[in-house]
Design a protein around this ligand. Structure first.
Ligand code: E4P
Length: 225
C-alpha cells in the first residue's frame, strides 16, 4: 500500500518526508484554500520538493465537464504530465474521465461514496478511485468494508484501477486497509504521525537508554563507550 500525504503545507510535507517512507502528495480544493496563497505557487513548490517521480494528485474545481477538462490541461501544463488529475465522480466528472484517459492523463477518480461510482470510474479508465472512508462512516455505512469491496470489484472484473483510500480519522482504519493490500492510502499529516506515536515504544526505548547509562555513564552510547 502506497503511503501518501493528504495535505499542502510544504513545511509539514518536508518534515514527513524526512521521517517516513512517503510516496506522494494529494490535496483537494479545501486543503489548498487553507494555505492562503496562490494554489499553483503552493503546488509548484510541492512538485519541486517531491520531484517528478513521486505522485502528486491535484483536483479540478468546476462542475461542468468542459471547464474541468480545461483545468486538467492547465494542471498538466504547470505541474507536469505525471500529475494525477483528481476528478469527482459526478455525471459530468464521468465524461471528463473518459476525455482525459483518451489523451493519456493519469486520473484519480475522487469523492467516491459508492461501489457504483468506483466501478464506472474504473471502467472509464481511471488509474485510482478514492473512496472517502470517514465520510462514508458518517453516513452510517462501513467505509472500510466499502473500500475492500471496491478493491474486490476491480480485481474480479480485471480492472486496472487501484483503490486510493482517503478521509481517515485514525491509524486503525489505515492498517485495516494495508492488511487487505489496497493500492494506496492518502492520510492527513496528524494521522500519519499517529502511525508511530506509541507511548509504550517510547517508554521501552527510554528504559534501554537509562539502563545503559546507569552502567556506562551519562551520555554513553555505542559510539563513545
Ligand atoms: C481525498 O481525495 C480527499 O480530498 C480527502 O481525503 C478528504 O478527507 P476529509 O474527509 O478528511 O476531508
Amino acid at each position: 500500500m502506497k503511503l501518501i500525504i493528504d495535505g499542502a503545507n510544504l513545511n509539514v510535507i518536508k518534515e514527513l518526508y524526512r521521517y517516513f517512507p512517503i510516496d506522494g502528495v494529494t490535496c483537494n480544493p479545501t486543503i489548498l484554500a487553507h494555505e492562503k496563497r496562490n494554489p499553483y505557487d503552493v503546488l509548484m513548490e510541492i512538485r519541486d520538493f517531491i520531484g517528478p517521480n513521486d505522485e502528486l494528485h491535484v483536483q479540478v474545481v468546476s462542475g461542468d465537464a468542459d471547464t474541468m477538462y480545461e483545468e486538467a490541461h492547465m494542471i498538466r501544463k504547470r505541474l507536469g504530465a505525471g500529475t494525477y488529475i483528481k476528478v469527482p465522480v459526478t455525471r459530468e466528472g464521468m465524461r471528463v474521465i473518459k476525455m482525459l484517459k483518451k489523451e493519456g492523463f493519469p486520473v484519480t477518480a475522487t469523492a467516491i461514496y459508492t461501489h457504483m461510482q468506483a466501478f464506472l470510474a474504473a471502467k472509464a479508465g481511471a488509474d485510482y478511485a478514492a473512496p472517502y472512508i470517514n465520510r462514508i462512516d458518517n453516513l452510517g455505512v462501513d467505509g472500510i468494508r466499502e473500500a475492500r469491496d471496491i478493491h474486490d470489484i476491480f480485481r474480479n472484473n480485471h480492472l486496472a484501477c487501484e483503490v486510493l483510500a482517503a478521509s481517515f480519522k485514525n491509524v486503525q482504519q489505515a492498517l485495516e486497509l494495508a492488511k487487505y493490500g489496497i493500492g494506496a492510502a492518502t492520510i492527513s499529516p496528524d494521522v500519519i504521525e499517529g502511525l508511530v506515536r506509541i507511548d509504550a515504544v517510547d517508554h521501552a526505548v527510554s528504559v534501554f537508554r537509562k539502563d545503559f547509562e546507569a552502567f556506562c555513564g551519562e551520555g554513553a552510547n555505542m559510539k563513545n563507550v
